[in-house]
Ligand binder design. Sequence first.
Ligand code: BG6
Length: 461
Amino acid sequence: MTPKLPPTILVIVGITGDLTKRKLLPAIEQIAKTGALSDQFRLVGITRQPNVTAEDLIAKVPALDFLVDHSEIMTLDVTDLKAYDRLKDRLVQIEQEFGTTAQRLFYLSVPPTVAQPIIERLGMSELSKHPNTKILLEKPFGVDLTSAQELVQDIDKYFSPNQVYRIDHYLAKETAQNIVVFREQNSLFKQTWNNKHIERIEIIASEQIDIQGRSAFYEQTGALRDLVQSHLLQLAALVLMHPPKADKLQDIPQRRLEALRALQLPKNQPIESVVQRGQYRGYAEAVNNPGSTVETFVSLQLESTDPLWVGVPIRLTTGKALREKFTEIRILYKREEGYESNELVLHLQPNESIELYMWAKRPGYQHIVSPHSLQFSFKDHYALFPEAYEQVLFSGLGSDHTLFTSSEEVLETWRILDPIQKYWSTHSDDLILYEPGSDVREVVPDWNHMPISHSSRSTSS
Ligand code: BG6
């Protein structure tokens, strides 16, 4: 049975935004359906726009039921410190209506430039000091190492680390959570999860969508900051970390941090030989900046100094406007003399599944072996598949930090990428133009990291 969550006031700043409608409201509704939310739950949506009502909002999202009786809207200018007194009074009133104190969650579903003054005002108004107050923050957390350090300092001024929940929705994807379980609980993989057996690791997030009109955001961000700094490095950390014991899952963020600390760009290799970037044709016109060098595609190689992983190239690749939408982690096992190599593929989305390429003799008179895939698809076995934001909210409401990134992790990820950002700030001739709809493997001219399953090679002897 799903555990009951404590009395809660969830304040969402940015209530009229796209994320709230697409993800957050349906996620709350889904959590309510499990019975985890009591009647002592209230969503307080904050907006600057006058005349927005909870009814209007609810009417825009299909199938909301619980929220009809558990939400309200406050029109409030979040840049005005005095407005926070009004908010404070309302939160006290709601607790009186509950007949008990409640945990208070401030979910800032707003761009970082807006989030920063809100964090400050929550601190200055002392709302941050109220017992059991949490703050949930959306990425990006800074744009480089220096800005991330400043942001961390600003937040630390008013909130203690255990009050802060930094969201990386990839960590909350069901298949991402399964990485640790899968590699730990299966002795076959647990024993071979190291550089003695693994030749290389590929993490690919291929997106079909382009920047979808988010010109201003994307011009300041690019693929490296948007997906690599957060989602892909976190997935790499889950693959590389030394997992804690099953009864110490709360140590996962610390273990991810240790994995990130050991990651670096390959030493003694020029940046341009280990990082490739691309831009889809039409991007510069779409953002109305003909000289834009912002990358919509990036592929980079990393290495780990952890003795368990020394010598194993780790490649992260992502791009927009590509042929297919998929995210996968490919673990290529070593090919020993006289044997074939195996490949394990963790498909994070879509078609969440685990696939293992094995070699088998083809039926027939000749001795021909070919790779075949064994595939386990989660949807064939389980109907319930929580959406990542459902998991994010459930964990935040339940004070579980496992699926959130700490400030130390954020700083480590920027440390890893810092040399690339510095290199790109003075170079632009390495930008590859690619056609929208290209295959993720076609963008970089010599994609020499091709996994065996794509080569479909068969060997005869
Ligand atoms: C977001 C990025 O964090 O993740 C987007 O800002 C990207 O640019 C999105 O499209 C991808 O998420 P998902 O869950 O659809 O793979």
